[in-house]
Design a protein around this ligand. Structure first.
Ligand SMILES: Cc1cc2nc3c(=O)[nH]c(=O)nc-3n(C[C@H](O)[C@H](O)[C@H](O)COP(=O)(O)OP(=O)(O)OC[C@H]3O[C@@H](n4cnc5c(N)ncnc54)[C@H](O)[C@@H]3O)c2cc1C
Length: 322
């Protein structure tokens, strides 16, 4: 492998790297501009026995005010290759999801238009099975090249097909491994291959408009129905809780939270959006602890009112006070 000198910076404030705009300092942070640098950064962490954490767009995390003890790797590996003959898009994991969607559209490939509506990186979308309006990342993943850390602490690069990920609604084996494992062994996605299909430009444009329309709100094209409310300009991390049963809109997390009376609740600078109870956001210089406390209070209200234990969709990184 080509020797590259990593630019490792000490004591970097993490709030600037997330959409929620909270979070203390990382002991060290490195920006990886390619998959080679990504591998080198992980190898550096393993060599120095440092916990490490991959940040894509930082759009699905709440990082503790105490920051992260170890190395944060900001993933900016951004190469995209298109195999038009086989309708495959191969993207480095740090490519913004919207860019994957636009490059696929330009190449006359359909199936990735929903990614226009999802902030963050394609690595983050594959990791968490990000989705929008019935479209999920699991439906287009063909295979993924990853770096796994074996039990003896040695890294290994492997290629895994979609089945390996055991995808579920907003969840994957990879996410479970990270949740249950430690920060010295987190699997890291290097590149992903998406299986799309050829379509006429008018069809792709129509579908693109649908998803961009969804993101902007307003009325669904050709109908008088309203799109579901979406946050624009809020310092947030998307939906806080997963829907307990994605097939039952009556038990959507937002609805349960609304019925439990959490709308407009606040803790410090953290608030529940008045438009949608599943959006807890940084309204006014919130701390990560404000957000965490509000999340706990909202969850407790749903438990008391509907006897449902809501699970987090957003990921908490670092330590919080219960
Ligand atoms: C306004 C707004 C709207 C949103 N709407 C939606 C929506 O409609 N649907 C939806 O599903 N989500 C939505 N989200 C949530 C978020 O955009 C997605 O979950 C997104 O896919 C996260 O990608 P990311 O790169 O920002 O991940 P990050 O927040 O950077 O990371 C999230 C997790 O993924 C892991 N990760 C990231 N990259 C890699 C990698 N290369 N290898 C291994 N692990 C990795 C991180 O370590 C972390 O554990 C929304 C967020 C916002 C702010």
């Amino acid at each position: 492998m080509t020797e590259i000198k990593l630019d490792i910076q000490p004591n970097v404030l993490l709030r600037d790297y997330t959409t929620m705009k909270v979070g203390g300092k990382a002991d060290e942070l490195v920006v990886a501009h390619s998959t080679v640098e990504l591998v080198q950064a992980i190898s550096y962490a393993l060599e120095h026995k440092l916990p490490y954490f991959i940040l894509g767009g930082g759009s699905n995390v709440i990082i503790s005010d105490r920051g992260f003890r170890g190395l944060v790797i900001k993933n900016e590996a951004r190469e995209v290759l298109i195999d038009e003959q086989h309708s495959i898009v191969q993207a480095d994991s740090g490519v913004p999801s919207g860019k994957v969607a636009s490059m696929a559209a330009s190449a006359g490939l359909s199936g990735a238009e929903y990614l226009f509506g999802i902030p963050g990186s394609i690595g983050g979308a594959v990791y968490g099975n990000a989705g929008l309006r019935g479209h999920e990342t699991k439906d287009i993943v063909k295979d993924v090249v990853m770096m796994l850390v074996k039990d003896d602490g040695k890294p290994v690069i492997v290629k895994k097909s979609r089945e390996w990920f055991e995808y579920q609604y907003r969840d994957s084996l990879l996410k479970q491994m990270s949740r249950n494992g430690d920060n010295n062994q987190r699997p890291v996605i290097l590149t992903v291959r998406l299986q799309l299909y050829p379509a006429r430009q008018e069809v792709i444009m129509e579908r693109t408009r649908e998803f961009l329309g969804h993101r902007r709100g307003g009325t669904i094209a050709g109908t008088d129905q309203q799109h579901a409310w979406q946050p624009t300009g809020l310092r947030c991390a998307g939906c806080i809780f997963r829907n307990p049963d994605p097939t039952d809109p009556e038990r959507a997390a937002g609805k349960l939270l609304d019925m439990a009376g959490v709308k407009r609740m606040t803790v410090g600078g953290a608030a529940v959006a008045k438009e949608h109870a599943n959006y807890i956001y940084n309204k006014n210089n919130a701390t990560a602890q404000d957000l965490f406390t509000l999340i706990q209070q909202a969850r407790a209200k749903v438990k008391a009112q509907a006897d449902v234990d809501l699970a987090l969709e957003v990921e908490l990184v670092g330590e919080f006070d219960e």
